[in-house]
Design a binder for this molecule. Structure first.
Ligand SMILES: Cc1cc2nc3c(=O)[nH]c(=O)nc-3n(C[C@H](O)[C@H](O)[C@H](O)COP(=O)(O)O)c2cc1C
Length: 368
C-alpha cells in the first residue's frame, strides 16, 4: 500500500516537499482522538519482552526515531502513534536559522539511501523550548533533544551556543544530545576532537544541571561514522571520564562507499551526508568498537542503515541498548516501526537470552 503511494506520489515530488506533506498527514491523524487511538493500537503494539529501562526512563521498546525528522518538535505524538517509542527532536540550534539553500535532500532510491545537506534548518532553541513547554502529551514517549551549533556562530564561541540551547531545552528533555557530527555545518565535526569536546561537554553538563537542579538530565554525544578508529576510542574514553550517559553512533557519512551504479554520478556527488543502507556496515562497526571500549558503563544507541528487525537485532547484540532509524522510514512508511517491534520480539523469544538486557552486547560476550 505504502509502496504504491511512494511510487505514485512521493517519489515524483521533491523529497523535502514529500517529507512536509507526509508529516502534515501524520499530525492531522494524530489530532483526531478516535483515529489516533486506532492507529496507535495497530502500529504501536506493545510486546512485554521489549520493555527496556535506560537513561532513567522506562520504554516500551528499544526502537525510536532518529534526529532530523522532527527538527522543531511539532509532531511527537504523531510519530509515537506510528510506533516510535522514543523520538529525538532536533537538531535545534541556539538561534533560529533557515538551513542551506534548497534543493538539499536527495533520494538514491535504488540504493535505499538519502543524501542531505539540510544544514540544521530549525526554529531555534527559544521557540522549540516554548513548544515543548506547552505540549500536552497524548502518548507516553521518551523525548530526546538534540542540540547543535548555529551556523553564524564562530567555532570559538560554539560552547556558548550549545550552552544556551541546553539551558532552554534541558527542562523539557528526557535526554539531551550534543551533536558534533553533522557534515552540513562547517567546522562542526572538528568539535569531536577530544581537546575541543571535553570543555564543550563539560559546559553543556553544567548548563543542564543549572537549568534542572532537581533531575540529572542524561547527556549523550552523537558521533560521525567517518572518525578514525583511534578517534572513536578517544571519544569513548572521554565519555567514560566525564560520566556521560551515552553515545549515539552514528550520524550520516561524507563517504560514498557501498553505493550501486544505478543512482547516477550526479546524485552520488551531491554534497552532504549519506544515510540509509550504504551506512549500515560502518555504523555497526563503530558501535562494535565503542562497545569493546566502554562495555556497559554507558548507554550506546545504534543508528545508521537500520532497515529491518534483523538490522536492529544485530545492533543490540553488538552493544546497543537503544536503536534508531530515519531513512528506511521514508522508503517503508508507517508500518515500518511495527515490523521492527514484531521482528525484534520474535528474535528475542527464539534467542538464548531471557531478557532484552541480556541480549545487549551478547555478540561480544560470546566471542570473548
Ligand atoms: C534528512 C535528514 C536530516 C537529518 N538531520 C539530522 C539532524 O538534524 N541532527 C542529527 O543529529 N542527525 C540528523 N540526521 C541523521 C539521522 O539522525 C541518522 O543519524 C542518520 O540518518 C543515519 O540513520 P539512517 O541510516 O537510519 O537514516 C538526518 C538525516 C536525514 C536523512
Amino acid at each position: 500500500m505504502y509502496r504504491i503511494l511512494f511510487t505514485l506520489l512521493f517519489s515524483r515530488m521533491d523529497p523535502e516537499e514529500a517529507h512536509h506533506l507526509a508529516f502534515r498527514w501524520i499530525r492531522r491523524v494524530a489530532r483526531v482522538p478516535v483515529l489516533r487511538t486506532f492507529v496507535a493500537a495497530v502500529l504501536a503494539p506493545r510486546y512485554e519482552e521489549l520493555r527496556t529501562e535506560t537513561l532513567g526512563r522506562r520504554l516500551h521498546s528499544p526502537f525510536g526515531l532518529a534526529a532530523g525528522f522532527d527538527k522543531n518538535a511539532v509532531g511527537i505524538d504523531g510519530l509515537a502513534m506510528l510506533g516510535f517509542d522514543h523520538v529525538e527532536i532536533g537538531t535545534v540550534t541556539g538561534e533560529p536559522q533557515p538551513g542551506n539553500p534548497k534543493k538539499r535532500l536527495f533520494r538514491l532510491v535504488t540504493d535505499r539511501a538519502l543524501i542531505n545537506r539540510m544544514g540544521f534548518n530549525n526554529d531555534g532553541s527559544l521557540a522549540v523550548a516554548a513548544r515543548l513547554a506547552s505540549r500536552r502529551p497524548v502518548f507516553r514517549t521518551v523525548v530526546g533533544v538534540n542540540i547543535g551549533k548555529t551556523k553564524t556562530v564562530p567555532e570559538s564561541e560554539a560552547a556558548a551556543d550549545y550552552v544556551k540551547s541546553a539551558e532552554r531545552l534541558a527542562p523539557h528533555a528526557d535526554y539531551l544530545v550534543v551533536n558534533v557530527s553533522s557534515p552540513n555545518t562547517p567546522g562542526l565535526r572538528s568539535l569531536q576532537a577530544v581537546d575541543q569536546l571535553r570543555p564543550l561537554l563539560t559546559a553543556v553538563r553544567e548548563a543542564a544541571d543549572r537549568a534542572v537542579p532537581a533531575r540529572r538530565v542524561p547527556l549523550l554525544v552523537k558521533i560521525a561514522p567517518d572518525l578514525a578508529d583511534e578517534d572513536i576510542d578517544a571519544v569513548a574514553d572521554l565519555a567514560v571520564e566525564l560520566g556521560l550517559d551515552g553515545i549515539i553512533a552514528t550520524n550520516t557519512t561524507v563517504a560514498r562507499e557501498g553505493l550501486g551504479l544505478t543512482s547516477g554520478p550526479d546524485l552520488v556527488q551531491e554534497t552532504g551526508g549519506l544515510s540509509g543502507a550504504p551506512l549500515k556496515a560502518r555504523s555497526l562497526e563503530v558501535l562494535r568498537r565503542l562497545h569493546a571500549r566502554v562495555g556497559d558503563r554507558i548507554t550506546l544507541v545504534g543508528v545508521g542503515g537500520i532497515e529491518n528487525a534483523e538490522d536492529a537485532w544485530q545492533r543490540i547484540l553488538a552493544g546497543a541498548t537503544l536503536v534508531q532509524g530515519y531513512s528506511a522510514f521514508i522508503y517503508q512508511g508507517p508500518f515500518w516501526a511495527r515490523s521492527i517491534h514484531k521482528g525484534l520480539a520474535a528474535r528475542l523469544r527464539t534467542s538464548p537470552y531471557a531478557t532484552l538486557a541480556d541480549a545487549v552486547g551478547a555478540d561480544v560476550r560470546t566471542s570473548a
